[in-house]
Design a protein around this ligand. Sequence first.
Ligand SMILES: CC(C)(COP(=O)(O)OP(=O)(O)OC[C@H]1O[C@@H](n2cnc3c(N)ncnc32)[C@H](O)[C@@H]1OP(=O)(O)O)[C@@H](O)C(=O)NCCC(=O)NCCSC(=O)CCC(=O)c1ccccc1C(=O)O
Length: 251
Amino acid sequence: MVQITINRPHKRNAFTPRTVTEMSKCFTDAREDPDIGVVILTGAGTMAFCSGGDQSVRQIGGYAGADGVPRLNVLDLQQQIRHLPKPVIAMVAGYAVGGGHILHMMCDMTISADNGVFGQTGPRVGSFDAGYGVAQMIRLVGQKRAREIWFMCRLYSAEEAFRMGLVNKVVPLEKLEEETLVWCREILRNSPTAIRVLKAALNATEDGQSGLWELGHNATLLFYQSEEGNEGRQAFMEKRPPNFSQFKRWP
Ligand SMILES: CC(C)(COP(=O)(O)OP(=O)(O)OC[C@H]1O[C@@H](n2cnc3c(N)ncnc32)[C@H](O)[C@@H]1OP(=O)(O)O)[C@@H](O)C(=O)NCCC(=O)NCCSC(=O)CCC(=O)c1ccccc1C(=O)O
């Protein structure tokens, strides 16, 4: 397993375009490394998981980094987490608000400390996420609650978030890491391919063509590991017709 930590505790782990770019690189590394089976996403310190976009670098058109170009690159990161073929667990202590709340919702599971605080603040600061921020929330908490969360910008305790289905488990702050590692190890005991295909299938029920794309990727990956798949390649390389008649047509 690997842990990715948003390390801006002085800003309650608000993200800038650079933070997001660095996080994206970490997720790519986690994906590419065949020895990594689970990713933990968390924030530095105990005050916040993430407080969303850094409002001090927000400009007309998005959030600007050193190059001055406004970006909304956290939206790409959301997709990266959703389609990462390995489970991502949000380990939340303190605030998970605004874009930070959406990041935890994009993770496959969320373990929260008892000091966790959850909610959307966008409409208060002139922002909204009409993509996953709405779609994913509706799936987790239902239409009425989603409207309450977005329209009112209230903040909810970890226990309230648990009851709403936003959080899988609430533990005392001092037990947060220990409990998260227990969950990771339980996942890691299971078949990596089964977990991978299940994540794709759970996504696919809601993702339309991009869900099929993800399931299709898994089907090809499995087929490439089969003798039948290899027969086609082998025959081409040996300049002979493929012999697919040797393979059974299972019911
Ligand atoms: C998180 C708080 C409730 C914590 O309150 P508290 O513990 O009292 O601490 P503070 O004293 O307020 O904060 C300490 C320190 O941190 C600075 N800070 C905190 N949050 C941010 C932030 N988001 N941006 C910039 N700076 C922040 C704060 O100013 C203090 O600094 P000092 O120098 O000491 O003064 C509270 O801090 C709070 O409410 N924070 C703001 C939460 C918020 O509104 N976040 C933005 C929501 S909008 C968003 O995230 C959009 C993101 C995005 O890119 C996007 C774009 C398009 C579509 C979708 C998205 C998406 O949402 O993903």
